[in-house]
Ligand binder design. Structure first.
Ligand SMILES: [Cu+2]
Length: 254
């Protein structure tokens, strides 16, 4: 009996510790060729390292920011399946040189296992035709990671640094969960503890993480919103996540 209770306790802890990530991942990290200038973006909500998903309701908003100008792409989203769950896809043709910053605001997601809503504001940046300026400029989201390391063109082993803000103010001492987008589950964690890597922001809201192998990595800085949302008539807390995706690459050697 005691063992059973212990086991079920363990079980519930394991469920709680699963890290959710909003994801917006482009099919290429850089646009450099006019003949291959359409970026396919996939928006989903999942556990990237474990490659298990949740259904994502149609996002409230997906926009692209170029030279400070924001264009709404929400109507271009089409339903798709990612890891057998509802996800969203769009294609965006990049014509001019510039830094293209894609930002997604989701609908609140009700997570019964955590008794709260989750909203991950997610962004990814794609430099096009040699222009990379502006990656350090905030997008003006409710919460976001402002990169202190350029969020593209990075080698494996580089340290990624970012500053987390909520309503434009530094988010001090909040956890930043880090996960690898584990395509085809090619990486196996030695223990569940390894699935999500965790760092904290300091009192300035900054964090750093050294990326150990190539691929797309998601950084999710988690705060609690200053408002509640009702679930079946009861006020529930809202986890707001600032998520940023960035790809790290191993160069080829002659
Ligand atoms: Cu989940």
């Amino acid at each position: 009996m005691k063992n059973l209770i212990a086991a079920s306790l363990l079980f519930s802890f394991a469920a709680v510790s699963q890290a959710h990530f909003g994801s917006v991942i482009p099919d290429k990290q850089i646009v450099e060729d006019q003949k291959d200038s359409t970026v396919t973006l996939t928006a989903a909500f999942n556990h990237p390292m474990e490659q298990s998903g949740m259904n994502m309701a149609k996002p409230k908003n997906l926009s692209v920011i170029v030279d400070g100008r924001k264009t709404d792409l929400t109507d271009t989203l089409k339903p798709a399946k990612v890891l057998d769950k509802d996800a969203w896809i769009t294609q965006y043709k990049v014509i001019r040189p510039g830094l293209y910053e894609f930002v997604l605001e989701p609908q609140p997601y009700w997570e019964p296992a955590e008794d709260k809503f989750i909203m991950h504001y997610t962004k990814v940046m794609v430099p096009a035709y040699g222009v990379e300026d502006g990656w350090e400029i905030p997008a003006g989201l409710k919460t976001e990671i402002i990169p202190l390391t350029r969020p593209f063109g990075n080698y494996v082993g580089n340290i990624f640094r970012g500053k987390v803000v909520v309503d434009g103010k530094p988010a001090a001492n909040v956890p930043v969960e880090v996960e690898y987008y584990n395509v085809d589950k090619r990486v196996k964690a030695p223990n569940d503890i390894f699935i999500t890597q965790v760092v904290m922001t300091d009192d300035q809201g900054t964090f750093s993480y050294s990326v150990p192998w190539e691929g797309w990595w998601g950084f999710a800085a988690l705060s609690e919103a200053d408002y509640k949302i009702k679930h079946e008539g009861v006020d529930k807390p809202v986890e707001i996540g600032a998520v940023l995706w960035t790809e790290f690459v191993t160069p080829s050697f002659k």
